[in-house]
Write a protein that binds this ligand. Structure first.
Ligand code: VGL
Ligand code: ZN
Length: 199
């Protein structure tokens, strides 16, 4: 089998001190680095929003972060401004061995739509191109790690399973935001989609 390590959004803004800090987000970095040698390919994703992105609460008058807003493509959690293109917050965590990446997928760059998944934007239909990259490289199996378990990892893993990849999420190398039970819901959803959850 040929497998890719997919590292989701290990960026400064999702680590302690960042704009949308995930508790213990930085604790997974050493473990992720250690997995890079064994993989046939290393892919990193990078949340990459223009200033004023529609997923930011600050873009909607009278709205607060973590409220849910109905968008044309469905419900969208509103976030603090984060991962703005070119900012320090959007950079990968300093200790992540990002030089090992053969492919970096940037997502969330369209102003009017968010993109949690590494495969499709939040309309579940606009592709990022990652599926084609993996297939043309002959990759059938994916090992996924990163931030945040209940948002970008969850959406990416479920899409990977739907696309027919054999997908395992290494849960101890992920950390969650956990809004209103979102972690438990994500675990149920990933299992139901056929994702293997490993520790
Ligand atoms: C993420 C919220 C907003 C993530 C990205 O990486 O899980 N969450 N943008
Ligand atoms: Zn984002």
């Amino acid at each position: 089998m040929t497998y890719a390590l997919i590292v989701i959004d290990v960026q400064n803004d999702f680590c302690p001190g960042g704009a949308l800090a995930v508790p213990e987000g930085d604790r997974i970095v050493a473990g992720i680095n250690a997995l890079m040698n064994d993989a046939d390919a290393v892919v990193l994703t990078q949340d990459w929003h223009p200033a004023g992105h529609s997923s930011f609460a600050s873009s909607h008058a009278g709205r607060d972060a973590y409220e849910v807003l109905d968008m044309a493509y469905g419900p969208q959690v509103l976030w603090p401004d984060h991962c703005i293109q070119g900012s320090i917050g959007a950079q990968f965590h300093n200790e992540l061995h990002s030089d090992r990446a053969e492919m970096i997928v940037r997502k969330g760059f369209r102003p009017d739509i968010d993109s949690y998944s590494a495969f499709f934007e939040n309309d579940h239909s606009t592709p990022t191109g990652l599926e084609g990259y993996l297939r043309t490289r002959g990759i059938s199996d994916l090992l996924m790690v990163g931030l945040a378990t209940d948002f970008c990892v969850n959406f990416s893993a479920v899409d990977a399973a739907k696309l027919g990849f054999n997908i395992t999420v290494q849960m101890d190398l992920c950390r969650a935001i956990d809004l209103n039970g979102s972690l438990a819901a994500a675990q149920d959803g990933m299992r139901a989609a056929g994702v293997t959850l490993a520790t």
